[in-house]
Design a protein around this ligand. Structure first.
Ligand SMILES: [Ca+2]
Ligand SMILES: [Ca+2]
Length: 325
């Protein structure tokens, strides 16, 4: 509160560093620097020539933290704290923290230690200018969608004090977050679980996926328990086809074994003979198919040999009945 007849003027001097030049007109005045030191007193009505000035030191610090990992296209969150760690209240703090891969979708803001958010919530990228009392913090929690398909990305959170302040060495204008596509490897076998996630760096991340069981380090891609290709599924049976689908092996006969036709079922086309069932059979040269009830080529040959033998025996018997040797 100023007594009657007192006025205070301030002029910004654009030197390097810039400073504020105060002029005080008062019958009784005491000029006290923000540092707390008394600069001058005046007991008359003459203006106080204030030739001393103090640097307006600022110490704005930004910090960025990733909060989520998510597959392509899913929401992820990151937190950005903007703190005024200095001893003066500051306004006009420039602020932005946009994702490089696309705009944020929404944000929330909480004021800590006396700070007041410009708004509690918002859409898109949050932005300054911000006003912060000394030793206070604004905490933003920002939501964006992970890129789809996943690409590498960055978040540059930048909080900059007004240009007429002198930045303290402890100021942190820029806080960077880097994001990339990685797989989470929970069992430490070097292979991560699918799907790939968009994530900040972490010790449990790897660049190779495909782990069918990320709780068991003995299950890794390239084995029958976690196949990557059909050769991982070889069961040694030449009459089955080995298939790898989504990390799991299956084995199907190389010939389809259709069920016998239902005797009670009506034939929709009497002129068409019912399909003959087939089955897989092993042969010396691999695996083949034959129609059920019809001898395979191999068994037909054996039958022919057997019939030939029977004919030979009949002829021998006939000769004996004739008295011939
Ligand atoms: Ca693993
Ligand atoms: Ca595993």
């Amino acid at each position: 509160m100023l007594p009657n007849g007192t006025s205070v003027g301030a002029t910004r001097v654009t030197a390097d560093p810039a400073y504020l030049d105060f002029t005080i007109v008062a019958s009784t005045a005491q000029v006290q620097l923000a540092s707390g030191l008394c600069a001058a007193t005046q007991g008359s009505s003459s203006p106080v020539a204030v030739w001393e000035y103090t640097d307006l030191r600022s110490d704005v610090r930004g910090q960025a933290t990733a909060l989520d990992r998510a597959p392509a296209g899913a929401p992820i969150r990151y937190r950005v704290d903007v703190a005024n760690a200095g001893t003066y209240a500051l306004n006009s703090i420039a602020f932005a923290a946009p994702p490089s891969w696309g705009p944020a979708t929404s944000w929330t803001c909480v004021g800590l230690n006396g700070a007041t958010c410009p708004a509690a919530t918002g859409t898109g990228n949050p932005a300054g200018p911000l006003a912060l009392p000394a030793s206070s913090t604004l905490r933003y929690e920002i939501t964006a969608l992970a890129p789809n398909p996943i690409v590498e990305g960055t978040v540059l959170a930048r909080a900059t004090a007004p240009a007429w302040t002198v930045r303290a060495a402890t100021s942190v204008n820029d806080a960077n977050l880097t994001w990339a596509g990685r797989y989470v490897d929970a069992d430490g076998d070097g292979y991560g679980a699918e799907p790939m996630v968009f994530t900040a760096p972490g010790d449990d991340l790897v660049s190779i996926g495909g782990d069918c069981d990320d709780s068991d380090p003995t299950v890794v891609p390239g084995t029958a328990a976690c196949c990557a290709q059909p050769t991982d599924c070889d069961d040694g049976d030449p009459c089955t086809e080995d298939v790898c689908t989504a990390g799991a092996c299956s084995h199907s006969p190389t010939c389809s074994a259709d069920a016998e036709p239902d005797a009670g079922a009506a034939d929709s086309d009497p002129g068409t003979p019912p399909a003959e069932p087939t089955e897989a059979v092993a042969s010396s040269d691999g695996c083949g198919c034959r129609v059920a009830g019809v001898p395979s080529p191999a068994s037909s040959s054996l039958l022919a040999l057997g019939l030939a033998g029977l004919v030979g025996l009949a002829r021998i018997g006939a000769r004996r009945r004739d008295g011939r040797p």
